[in-house]
Design a protein around this ligand. Sequence first.
Ligand code: ZN
Length: 271
Amino acid sequence: MKHYLKTFALLIVISSLPIILSNIFNFPSFKAQSDGLKGKEGSHFISSIEKKQLSPSFPVDEQINKVIYLTFDDGPNGYTQDILNILQSKNAHATFFLIKGNIDKHPTLLKEIIKKGNAVGCHSVSHRVDVFYSSPKVAINEMKVCQRAIYDQTRFHTPLIRVPFGSFPHLTNDIKNGLENENFIYWDWNIDSEDWTNNNPGQVYTNIVKQLNLTEKKGYIPTVLLHDKQVTVEMLPKLLDYLNEKGYKIKSITNANKPVQFNLHTSEPAS
Ligand SMILES: [Zn+2]
C-alpha cells in the first residue's frame, strides 16, 4: 500500500512539471503584459489577457499597445472647437480631413487643430462625386489646392487625403494612380459611425462599439469615420471614456502609417 502511495505522489509531481516550468519561463512576458494592461481594468486584467490570447489574429504587441484612429471629415466648422476640447480633456488625438472652403472660413481652427497635436489631411474642394471623380486631373488639382491652403496657413505640408465619400465605388484606377503619383496617401476607414445619417448620439456610439469588436477579431487597426457634427460632439466623451477604459491609445495618423483602404471592387477594407 505504501509503495502504491509513493508511486501515486511521484506521478502527481511529474504531471505538474510542465505547469511549474511554464510558469517560471513565462513570468517575464506575463509581467510585461500586466504592466501594459494595468490601470482601470484593475483585477480583471488577468482574465482579459486570457480572453485576448484566444484570438490568433491579434498579435500580443497590439494587445498591449492597442491603437485606434478617429477621423473627422468635412471641417473645420462650428463643431470643431468642441471636438478639440473634448479630445484634449480625454488625452486623445485625431485626424481631420478638411474641405478647402472651410479652411478659408476658419483658418484659426485649422491652426488650433495642429497646435493641439492632431493631424490634418485634405478632403477636396468640391466635395462632389460628379466633379471630383470626373477625371484624374480634376481630382489631383482639388487635392493640391486644398493642400496648398493648409500649407499657406500653417507652413505644414500634408500628403494625407480622404477622397469624397470614400474610395468605393467612385475611385477609378486612373484617379488612384494619379493621386499616388503625386505622393498623396488616401485613407478610407473600417468603422463607419454613421453620424452622417444618424442624429441619435446613443445610436452612433453603439454603431462604433459594435464594429470595434469585429475589427478587433479581424486584427485590423480600428479607423473610425466621423464628422464635425452636433451628434458627434454629444457622443464623443462617452466614446473616449470607453476607449480609454479598454486600453486604447487614441492617436492621430502619421505619414508613415499603412493606410486603411477599401478594396476598390468590394468596399471591404483591403488591409
Ligand atoms: Zn465628406
